[in-house]
Design a protein around this ligand. Structure first.
Ligand code: F6P
Length: 341
């Protein structure tokens, strides 16, 4: 058999690990794989590249994706579904392995409903996909953000400053919570629990009154004050309807400095947490997902997504996986109550 593979949405460390595992597992079966370039743009425009074994040699430690990525939405294109179907037929492909987050896999679920053979593989640094306990890319993002907090700690202490680190995660606080916990942040602000600025400042003042004269605040880009609005860069949305988030760090910087009198500065970690080499954990998870995705395709188990459940890789229906976002739950919030603003 022959399958196509694509990577859509925001890239993340580990994508190349999945591609490599799919190609190698396919080789074991005697199956062929081609890559579609730039997410859903590839099958919409019939833009393919061959993926022989040679093409995936040495890519496991490389961040990004050798296939390129985009936020193209096939459902927003006239004849989008038909064009994807035609592309598969033109290249004699039995189906498609789509690696992506809620948007890419949401489109994959709709294509499957329309009769296109698709298998999904969950990726995102945000770790917010339903159906799986983990997405690859998250561990690397947390590691990078934790290192940033460690570095901020030493300079915050030297200068007696409050340093704020703004991290990604869109509507999920996983990166902020895990990096903040690992880095020993004093206050962590996440989208799932709107914050009260008075309480945040009281918490910082209490710390100062105990003799510490610096503090670290980690804020998720999607965190917002109770009754307030999200900070965004304008109202422009991408093809999946998402606005660009960011700016909450700067807003907190002004308000916290004014209220506490402590010099406060913000660092926006941005795409640094999404680029570069994946951690060993993400390489292993990506490889396992790739192997299971190719096995599912070979066995014709279309419409499913690979998922980590406990320590096992299972297949779950794509429709179930994209039904709702997996944000921080009650238990996660309760466990971290003493850290959250
Ligand atoms: O979904 C992954 C993610 O990195 C989010 O955390 C973030 O909000 C968004 O993508 C940023 O996307 P872009 O790089 O397209 O601005």
């Amino acid at each position: 058999m022959r399958v196509g593979i694509l990577t859509g949405g925001g890239d993340c460390p580990g994508l190349n690990g999945v591609i490599r595992a799919v190609v190698r597992r396919a080789h074991g079966y005697g199956d062929g794989v081609v890559g579609f370039r730039d997410g859903w743009r590839g099958p919409l425009e019939g833009d393919v590249m061959p993926l022989p074994l040679d093409a995936v040699r040495g890519i496991l430690p490389r961040g990004g994706t050798i296939l390129g990525s985009s936020r193209t939405n096939p459902l927003k294109r006239e004849d989008g579904i038909e064009r994807v179907r035609r592309s598969l037929a033109d290249h004699s492909l039995d189906g498609l392995i789509a690696i992506g987050g809620e948007d890419t896999l949401g489109a994959a679920a709709k294509l499957h409903e329309a009769g296109v053979n698709v298998i999904g593989v969950p990726k995102t640094i945000d770790n917010d996909l339903g159906g799986t306990d983990r997405t690859f890319g998250f561990d690397t993002a947390v590691q990078v953000a934790t290192e940033a907090i460690d570095r901020l700690h030493t300079t915050a202490e030297s200068h007696k400053r409050i340093l704020i680190l703004e991290v990604m995660g869109r509507h999920a606080g996983w990166i902020a919570l895990h990096a903040g916990m690992a880095g020993g942040a004093d206050v962590i602000l996440v989208p799932e629990k709107p914050f009260d600025l008075d309480e945040v400042c009281e918490r910082l003042e209490r710390r100062f009154s105990r003799g510490s004269h610096f503090a670290i605040v980690v804020v998720s880009e999607g965190a917002l004050p109770a009754g307030g609005d999200l900070e965004t860069f304008g109202a422009k949305t991408d093809e999946f309807g998402h606005v660009r988030l960011g700016g909450i760090g700067q807003r907190l910087e002004r308000e916290i400095e004014e209220r506490t009198g402590y010099e406060t500065r913000t660092t926006v970690l941005g795409h640094i947490q999404r680029g570069g080499t994946p951690t060993a954990y993400d390489r292993v998870l990506a490889t396992r997902f790739g192997v299971h995705a190719m096995e599912a395709a070979h066995e014709g188990k279309w419409g499913m997504m690979t998922a980590l459940r406990g320590n096992a890789i299972e297949l779950v229906p794509l429709s179930e996986a994209v039904a709702s976002l997996r944000t921080l739950g009650e238990d996660d919030l309760r466990e971290a109550e003493w850290l959250l603003g």
